[in-house]
Design a protein around this ligand. Structure first.
Ligand code: CA
Length: 647
């Protein structure tokens, strides 16, 4: 039996291979094969006709080369054939496609020899990424590829597939737009896709048998096959490019959720079957550490692991024109790796969005001072963290269905919501002792903070509101949903929406749907009709955010200078004003009031004769909805009010 404990090994002595030619490089008359396997005594390359089964057409030995690499050249045209590697480091390890495969057959068991330019869809050479002046200009929309189109009422033909994103003109049974037209109508700037790199659990030959979010990585450098029309050839690559191109043509950027913090398998993982132990952190006793809660954690700080992550991200940017990355459990990664990611991607294209979960799922053996946690956001270069303080303040504890937050009527959450309004930066009017659970500003600048009320994890926002307010009627719950959206979309920092929250998406109270059936996870497009008022409200909020620069201040100095909270405390009410922030709307001052209480509250306006009403109750109109004369104004229950003073 192989020993899977590594306390006897000093991984820092492993050689560093700096080339960018690992994997199988195709040419019409030859293939060049290279892998990094410093512990290997023998490496076999096996060529197959099919992606599964059959005897190898050829078995060739690689030759040991520089810095732990092994290489081989084979003459001939091998396009369309499949391959594996088999490493012997004293014992034979499993057959794998290696760790660098950019195309694979069904279920990612064998690599596919392919001609990369042939994966480009028609028009790909004209595809342009989405450029933002500042990341706070983004409105992120988190979506699972399959959830988007799977429901029978989605009107999309390519159900559960990348190609659904290319279908225009789709209408729900109630004649409302679905699919990509819906995204355009809503006005979001970026679709953030749950993992689209190859993952393990869903059988690509029978994709309807199981569902999975995709946080079980298998091959990092090729798209998931269950989302392709044919998982056995290059269509997973071509069709993902078609998705990207379609969104880009609609002016929408593409953010990939990347899971470099762990692999779906541990011992069987292709990393461990190539260089045992190297890619993972170990506990003191030599066993696999498990900060991911999934059985292992990646050792991003080791030089060849760091290089692997950076090279992989560069490939997605260069080959697939990706506009941003969301790092799953970013708190597992070391700060140095994350900063090198930023530097490397900036050399390709500055301004790529980078943000992540600044925490882990369990304990890591790496000291927190070296890891990319939320508390270390200021040590990261141009990388934002999710603001879970704000998330929980808005709606209550994420894991406890019954707990309430600001919008559902819990008082003393106001300071933590204010903390989100200033994008987790320092502001002299916030009492940080009330800001659970950070108790201090962890961002220095607003672009370091991603504000949200809900995401794919835990209850949907609407389910959470329902569970925590069992006596509230549907209308009241919808008001809370709108108020949550209003807070997120007017706050400083980067706003983030969970797909479907714009029409009260439900998972029937399911709190962890990572492998729940489609009927729980799929987006039910009939909700757009049922909750059309909520959709229209979110749409208006996004439009407002895009047009009002004061909601997207560039620095915390600007926030402290222009944004002032009302010092008059009323439970369940947050009010602030923004003065003299440059705009072309002729606005001198903006007054916002969020009333989470179930009764109207009277708010005393600064002495001024005519305030223009921009938002009241369900109505948002940037051109104004009449004027308010006098000082006191009544703010309706569970709603946001915005008034402006013109120049
Ligand atoms: Ca897969």
């Amino acid at each position: 039996m192989r020993n899977w404990k590594f306390n006897h090994i000093d991984f820092s002595t492993y050689p560093f291979y700096e080339g960018d030619d690992l994997g199988v490089v195709y040419n019409q008359d030859q293939i060049q094969i290279k892998i990094w396997a410093p512990t290997a005594k023998q490496v076999e390359f096996r060529l197959y006709e099919k992606s599964i089964g059959g005897k190898p057409l050829r078995i060739e030995n690689l030759v040991s080369s520089v810095n732990g690499s092994w290489k081989l050249k084979l003459h001939g045209n091998f396009e369309g054939l499949y391959y594996t590697f088999k490493v012997n480091d004293g014992d034979w390890l499993n057959e794998t496609p290696g760790v660098d495969a950019r195309a694979v057959g069904v279920n990612g068991k064998r690599g596919l020899i392919f001609d990369l330019p042939k994966t480009n869809p028609i028009g790909w050479e004209n595809d342009q990424p989405v450029r933002l002046e500042n990341s706070v200009d983004a409105v992120l929309y988190e979506l699972h590829v399959r959830d988007f189109s799977k429901a029978s009422n989605s009107a999309m033909k390519n159900k559960g597939r990348f190609l659904a994103f290319t279908e225009e003109g789709t209408l729900s049974r109630e004649n409302l737009s679905t699919g990509i037209d819906h995204l355009k109508e809503l006005g979001i700037t970026h679709v953030h896709l749950l993992p689209v790199a190859d993952f393990f659990t869903v059988d690509e030959a029978n994709p309807n048998e199981k569902y999975n979010w995709g946080y079980d990585p298998l091959n990092y450098n090729t798209p998931e096959g269950s989302y392709a029309s044919n998982p056995d050839n290059i269509s997973r690559i071509t069709e993902f490019k078609q998705l990207v191109m379609s969104l880009h043509q609609s002016g929408i950027g593409v953010v990939m959720d990347v899971v470099y913090n762990h692999t779906g398998h541990t011992r069987r993982a292709y990393f461990n079957q190539t260089v045992p132990g190297y890619y993972y952190r170990q506990n003191r006793n030599g066993s696999f550490a498990n900060a991911s809660g999934c059985g292992n954690e990646i050792a991003s700080e080791r030089t060849m692991v760091r290089k692997y992550i950076i090279d992989s991200l560069k490939y997605w940017v260069e080959e697939f024109h990706i506009d941003g990355f969301r790092f799953d459990l970013m708190g597992i990664h070391d700060i140095e790796t994350m900063n090198q990611v930023r530097e490397n991607l900036d050399t390709i294209r500055p301004g790529i969005l980078l943000y992540g979960e600044g925490w882990t799922a369990d304990k890591s053996p790496m000291d927190e001072q070296f890891r990319a946690t939320k508390g270390n956001t200021q040590k990261l270069k141009g990388i934002a963290s999710f603001n879970d303080d704000m998330r929980d303040a808005i709606k209550g504890n994420n894991f406890d269905g019954k707990s309430k937050g600001f919008v559902s009527g819990q008082t003393l959450r106001e300071e933590a919501v204010k903390f989100g309004i200033v994008a987790a930066c320092h502001h002299p009017q916030i009492v940080y002792g009330y800001v659970e659970s950070s108790y201090e500003a962890w961002a220095k600048e607003p672009w370091q903070c991603v504000n949200y009320a809900s995401c794919h994890d835990n209850f949907t926002l609407f389910d959470k509101l329902k569970l925590s307010c069992p006596d509230a009627d549907e209308e009241t719950l919808k008001k809370m949903q709108k108020l949550a959206g209003a807070i997120v979309l007017t706050s400083q920092g980067i706003p983030f929406l969970h797909a479907g929250s714009e029409f009260c998406r439900s998972k029937n109270g399911e709190h962890n749907s990572y492998k729940s059936p489609d009927k729980i996870n799929q987006i039910d497009w009939s909700l757009k009709f049922k909750n059309q008022d909520v959709f229209n409200y979110f749409k208006k909020l996004i439009e407002l955010r895009k047009k009002v620069p004061a909601f997207k201040m560039r620095s915390s100095d600007e926030i402290r200078k222009h944004l002032h909270f009302s010092s008059n405390y009323q439970p369940g009410v947050i009010a602030y004003s923004i003065h003299d922030y440059p705009n072309d709307l002729n606005w001198k001052a903006i007054q916002l009031v969020f009333n989470a209480s179930h009764k109207p509250v009277t708010f005393g306006l600064a002495a001024h004769m005519n305030w223009k009403l921009i938002a009241k109750d369900d109505t948002i109109n940037i051109s104004g909805n009449g004027y308010h004369f006098g000082s006191d104004i009544s703010v309706p229950p569970i709603s946001m009010m915005i008034l402006v003073k013109e120049v």
